[in-house]
Design a binder for this molecule. Sequence first.
Ligand code: RIB
Ligand code: CA
Length: 304
Amino acid sequence: MNKKQVILDMDPGIDDALALVAALNRLNVLGVSTVAGNATQEQTFQNAHRILQFTRHSTVPVVSGADRPLFYPLLTAEDIHGFSGMGAYNWKAPDVSPGDELAWNWMARRLTALSHPCHLIATGPLTNIAMLLWSHPEVQSQLTSISCMAGALPGTKMDKTFEFNVYVDPHAADVVFRYGHDVHLIGINAAHSALLPLSELERFKKYGRVGHMLFDLLGFYAEHARGEGGDPSAMPLDDAMVVAATDAPEMFQWEEMPLTVVREGPLRGTVVVAPYESKRAPVKIATTVDVSQFFEWLWASLDE
Ligand code: RIB
Ligand code: CA
């Protein structure tokens, strides 16, 4: 079966690294753009490049995007991902210099050149995606879907109101949510319904040198993100679920509703149903995931 064509926008970040490996095996990755989030823009760019080089996909282009949110100062997550964004992993790969072209301009140029539309996956703050849709609105016809790891979403088990990507850049998230039907959201509510038991970490070692690299990265993540999903003996794999939602959306149940984001004040980053008068088109929200199908997909996605 032909693999779906996709562009990835990420803030690697350890769970982004797992999502990237899964995407490289399951999808046709046309390029990776990076954004500041889990770590600084410089670090996320180097990390994306290192993962592609390590997995022998160094021909996949990596482009550098926003080094901060649209309006707020940058917040990073070194408490979870380590200062470099890759835990304590010691990459051998040298640093590379990003080109001059900004991620959203590269995405627009790449999308326009395509003979048919492709999917966009975003696993970090949505700054680059907002800039793409704002500065190149014409590309929407070249996008089959924009799937995002974003938000603690209405219509799902609202046991949380905070999600990092939307909190870091709520203005960008609100811009993207205006684009309605093309937007598919995996919120932490769905993502945290499929936590990986820490006892399963060893299984990554069955997948060769890439599996061992993931084992090392996720070992750091397990120590720092365990309990994020409410169970101290398990950890969320948030970003991998967005790749699964693009590759196999039938694993999910979806609801449609118009959304907006609280952008200022103590409720910053809270995602709410947009008022009727906003006339916003609905976005698709994953309300449930078939957990056993997801993990079956995840392990299969590590087979090269
Ligand atoms: O809230 C989880 C999201 O924030 C994930 O994408 C994680 O990598 C961080 O970017
Ligand atoms: Ca991420």
